[in-house]
Design a protein around this ligand. Sequence first.
Ligand code: NAG
Ligand code: NAG
Ligand code: NAG
Ligand code: NAG
Ligand code: NAG
Ligand code: NAG
Length: 508
Amino acid sequence: MCRFEKSGGPDYTDREKQKKAMGLKSLGDAKVEKSRPRMKLWMIRASTTILLWTCVVQLTALGEMWGPRVLKGWPACFTPFNSPLALKSSSVGERIALPPKRVYKNNGYLMVSCNGGLNQMRAAICDMVAIARYLNVTLIVPELDKTSFWADPSEFEDIFDVDHFITSLRDEVRILKELPPRLKKRAELGMVYSMPPISWSNISYYLNQILPLIQKYKIVHLNKTDARLANNGLPIEIQKLRCRVNFSALRFTSQIEELGRRVISLLRQNGPFLVLHLRYEMDMLAFSGCTHGCSDEEVEELTRMRYAYPWWKEKVINSDLKRKDGLCPLTPEETALILRALDIDRNVRIYIAAGEIYGGERRMASLSSTYPNLVRKETLLEPSDLRFFQNHSSQMAALDYLVSLESDIFVPTYDGNMAKVVEGHRRFLGFRKTILLDRKLLVDLIDHYNNGSISWDEFSLSVKEAHGNRMGTPTRRVVIPDRPKEEDYFYSNPQECLQLLNEPLLGT
Ligand SMILES: *[C@@H]1O[C@H](CO)[C@@H](O)[C@H](O)[C@H]1NC(C)=O
Ligand SMILES: *[C@@H]1O[C@H](CO)[C@@H](O)[C@H](O)[C@H]1NC(C)=O
Ligand SMILES: *[C@@H]1O[C@H](CO)[C@@H](O)[C@H](O)[C@H]1NC(C)=O
Ligand SMILES: *[C@@H]1O[C@H](CO)[C@@H](O)[C@H](O)[C@H]1NC(C)=O
Ligand SMILES: *[C@@H]1O[C@H](CO)[C@@H](O)[C@H](O)[C@H]1NC(C)=O
Ligand SMILES: *[C@@H]1O[C@H](CO)[C@@H](O)[C@H](O)[C@H]1NC(C)=O
């Protein structure tokens, strides 16, 4: 079984030392998490694999029903990249040969520390692999952010299958879990060049500016990774590699995948399901300053929180203006109206992919009376299932990610990183329906409907008409030279990697 090779993790003690030596932030209590006995982990992995195996065999027997669909979502072990249907023709259990190692003259070592939440880091990892590949350097397994708002102590290997990551990309780039001993010494002596690369750079920047530094210092440490590679204007090989890392080399750990499968099968028992990424958590509201529908005390609490976090730069925010501009996440009440306007069946199961909803039951009342079959991971699973995940927001987010990917309909109420990457992945998996809400237009319609200036039928018709073309169907990524922030994000529509698009769109 290819996914299950030796899982000899890195030597944490050394890695800690190495990071300290490099002047990286001390991980503090993260250590408790890591001393989890490896044997136990191994056993969990082993049993999960057996379970998974049984699952696969049964799924294959189920055939067309939902097996292929689910398996398509998990390209990994059984299906080579770019042929999600290959499973059909190959016998299950066939071991896929590892790609041959790419032989190249190594120009040095690239270390990276990702910043941000899980999905932002995910995209960054893809970018960094592509960069390392084109510079002919050796990449050290990226370090994840433990100091962001979410303060998740998880390491790369707690979230992603690190061995799969390394071996499945070995025909492109050499990836190591840690620096070779000789260089580790250098790193311990602080002989590492640390810097944040310039945002939205093209590959020439990395070739002309970063590569010489790597050649000079042997090790360069990129200490910021969000949006450091342009969306557009890159060679097609780089774009394809970004997708390959994203859709194929980055696989969640077997524990996360197994739990994801369980949630999906529980949801599927009752037919189709919708995933609502209801980004209405406290951090979102405090950060964005969007307080529509909140009480005075809540507005005060959110404002206090915003001022308390120094790295949330924008402090004075006019919530009403921001909302009218379509820059606020929809509230739960607004979301209920929109789903109903779109004729979403009242009895459909709706999985809420989100953390704790701010305002709790009071704010959820209209949504749960409109849609009685609302579920969350906490209601579908036993507390014991989530025990290992509880204090790891990234692992929870990974679970939501997997469920979102598999849903019949995916509706994000805000276009954050998770929404974008799931949207892109669903496009990749065959343009699965993602309803991309036009919030600016919607809040205007909602205000008109709420004050009685338009009828329900007018409202519903307008909502439907406005979204006919916003369902995750093939489109071209918007390119705006010199304003990368405003253009479509590469990862929300990686069109270079979408088979269907290559003919009609790239040809024009
Ligand atoms: C990387 O290696 C390839 C050969 O594998 C070579 O053609 C290319 O010029 C090298 N690029 C750099 C930046 O060293
Ligand atoms: C990255 O490295 C540069 C140069 O050492 C330093 O000035 C900067 O504060 C670092 N940034 C982060 C986020 O660690
Ligand atoms: C890459 O970026 C640099 C600086 O922004 C620019 O001068 C150059 O033309 C770009 N190269 C390509 C191939 O787009
Ligand atoms: C999670 O963190 C909370 C407080 O930070 C603590 O009370 C709880 O015991 C932790 N749970 C687990 C499973 O570690
Ligand atoms: C990468 O991450 C997710 C899924 O893996 C996806 O939704 C996103 O669009 C992907 N981006 C690329 C580069 O294909
Ligand atoms: C209803 O609300 C809309 C949008 O806020 C506004 O333009 C309109 O004048 C209002 N109509 C009435 C009758 O209050």
